[in-house]
Structures are given as C-alpha cells and as structure tokens.
Design a binder for this molecule. Structure first.
Ligand SMILES: O=C(CO)COP(=O)(O)O
Length: 134
C-alpha cells in the first residue's frame, strides 16, 4: 500500500515516536511524506521514504494529487489544531480529497494507532479492488 506521513511542527515528535513504534508494519509499504516530516522519520528510523516538498511549499498538494488519482491508500496526518498554518487552505484541501476518495485518514495519534493495526491485519485489501479497476 502507498502510505503518506505528514506532521505539523508541534506533532513531529509524536510522528517520529509513532514510526519508531510501528516501523515493522510501515516498512512493508511504500512510504511518502512531506519534506521535513520525511527527513525526521528517515533520520530516526532509517525507513525508505519518498519525500515531497515541505508542506507550506506545496507538499500537502503533491500528496493530494496522488489522492486525487486514487493512488494513495492511507494518510497519517498529525495536525496541530492549536497553531495557525500559513498553508491552511492546502491542509483543508488534502483532508477534503481524502473524503472525496474515501481514503483512510488519521489526523491524530489515537486514530493512527487503530489505522496502522488495520494495515497490519490486512484491512486495506479492498484498496486492491480500486487499483485493479483503475
Ligand atoms: O506542513 C506540513 C503539513 O501541512 C508538513 O510539512 P513538513 O513535513 O515539510 O514540515
């Protein structure tokens, strides 16, 4: 599966801890991330990650483009709801596209725990049907 990992600055430590904890699951998938998040995860875990632009420079939109092509299978986006983001429209657009295409999206650690365990259990096999159709 293709998995996107994104975290706002105040959530990056959480994302790093999350990817360390679930490296054994994540390493079986194709990983994508916005620039700084991806760098932090790579440094901490050694996971292979395709890095896009940093979020404020268009990274969220690049990931959104894959969602719009139905090529992204899950998005882990640790948002910071307490800090204004200069690229808030991009953040909203990515979340909206996940809803348009029914892409599993975790916007906080609590949901991410459940989603990653579903990933391990094979709950995402329905995505293969979508890929076969396209
Ligand atoms: O801003 C982001 C998501 O909206 C994340 O971007 P970075 O991973 O480059 O910090």
């Amino acid at each position: 599966m293709k998995i996107a990992l994104i975290a706002h600055d105040k959530k990056k430590d959480d994302m790093v801890q999350f990817t360390i904890a679930y490296k054994h699951i994540l390493e079986k998938h194709d990983l994508f991330a916005t620039g700084t998040t991806g760098l932090r995860i790579q440094e901490a875990t050694g996971l292979k990650i395709h890095r896009f632009q940093s979020g404020p420079l268009g990274g969220d939109q690049e990931i959104g483009a894959l969602v719009a092509k139905n090529e992204m299978d899950a998005v882990f986006f640790f948002r910071d709801p307490l800090t204004a983001q200069p690229h808030e429209p991009d953040v909203s657009a990515l979340i909206r596209l996940c809803d348009v295409y029914a892409i599993p999206l975790a916007t906080n650690m609590g949901t991410a725990e459940i989603l990653v365990k579903g990933l391990e259990r094979g709950d995402f096999t329905w995505r293969n049907i979508i890929h076969e159709k396209n």
